[in-house]
Design a protein around this ligand. Structure first.
Ligand SMILES: NC(=O)c1ccc[n+]([C@@H]2O[C@H](COP(=O)([O-])OP(=O)(O)OC[C@H]3O[C@@H](n4cnc5c(N)ncnc54)[C@H](OP(=O)(O)O)[C@@H]3O)[C@@H](O)[C@H]2O)c1
Length: 265
């Protein structure tokens, strides 16, 4: 019998690499993607040593049309696909008008274009194998992100898109999950220039969880048939408050936080 097969975008670090470990443990053969060949190669070797699976990788920038099309073509032609993890993502730091349009376009391409197109290409195969689709959104999908103006909105798109698909296909055997992590210990914040030792809290309302804990929770939620996964009591509380409190309270609080951090301008 052939093994189940999974594609993971952004598998060279963080949540994508944690998904690779978790799916390898579950016996999936893997196709990993990202831009950093050394990381992908090392991860594939390690997973093949640890588990009786085969692991391939493809290097490509999902903001580049040719690279995205090449992966899209590969996903379309896969003989078997049981899991697609649309995970690749990042945030820009800066006010909207201060960032070149090319960088905004790149973020839209990675978060929206790639996620939507890969999902469309994968759907027939995922349906045929009663597979799983995980799209990585964020707790930020429920709130404005003024210092990274496209991050919150693109993650809101990913969450809403995933919820729509989950409901559209809920009787088909396909499981769709919008994974909405809060702060998670990965390379994400370091790439924004933040010092992980200072930024990540080990307790309290903004406690950061490990990538492994977020992924473990995602599989538990998939098993329970849940559509949205939020790891941690702290982030479930924050999401609950964001959904229940009057919007103007959030905007008031965020305006004050902005002024405290960046000054009155
Ligand atoms: N960490 C958090 O606190 C947090 C919270 C909520 C949501 N998330 C989301 O979780 C997902 C994974 O991020 P992470 O936290 O694991 O951060 P990470 O360690 O920085 O991983 C990001 C992954 O995305 C890939 N990637 C980024 N830009 C890409 C591009 N243009 N083309 C191809 N691959 C690209 C990176 O690969 P290469 O660098 O090799 O290209 C890397 O494998 C993201 O969607 C992020 O928005 C993270």
């Amino acid at each position: 019998m052939t093994k189940p097969f999974a594609v993971i975008t952004g598998a060279s670090s963080g949540l994508g690499a944690a998904f690779a470990h978790s799916l390898a443990t579950r016996g999936y053969d893997l196709l990993l993607t990202g831009r950093r060949e050394d990381k992908l190669q090392a991860l594939c070797l390690k997973l093949e040593q640890l588990h009786p699976i085969s692991c391939q990788y493809r290097c490509g920038d999902l903001a580049e049309t040719d690279d995205r099309q090449a992966l899209l073509q590969e996903i379309t032609l896969l003989p078997r696909l049981d899991a697609l993890i649309n995970n690749a993502g990042y945030a820009e730091d800066g006010r909207f008008g201060d960032i070149d349009w090319s960088r905004h376009q790149a973020l839209l391409d990675v978060h929206i274009q790639a996620t939507t197109q890969f999902t469309h290409a994968a759907l027939p195969n995922l349906l045929a194998h009663r597979g799983i689709l995980v799209n990585v959104a964020s707790v930020a999908s429920w709130m404005p992100t003024p210092q990274s103006a496209l991050y919150g909105p693109t993650k809101a798109y990913i969450r809403s898109f995933s919820e729509s698909l989950a409901l559209a296909y809920h009787r088909s055997g396909l499981k769709v999950l919008a994974l909405c992590p809060g702060f998670t210990v990965t390379e994400f914040h370091e790439k924004l220039g933040l010092d992980p030792a200072e930024f990540y809290r080990s307790r309290g309302l903004v406690k950061a969880w490990s990538a492994e804990a977020v992924v473990e929770r995602a599989f538990k939620d998939l098993d329970k048939g849940r559509i949205v996964s939020v790891k941690g009591w702290n982030y479930r509380l924050i999401v609950g408050l964001l959904r229940l409190l009057p919007m103007r309270w959030l905007h008031f609080g965020m305006k004050h936080a902005q002024v405290a951090r960046y000054g009155a301008d």
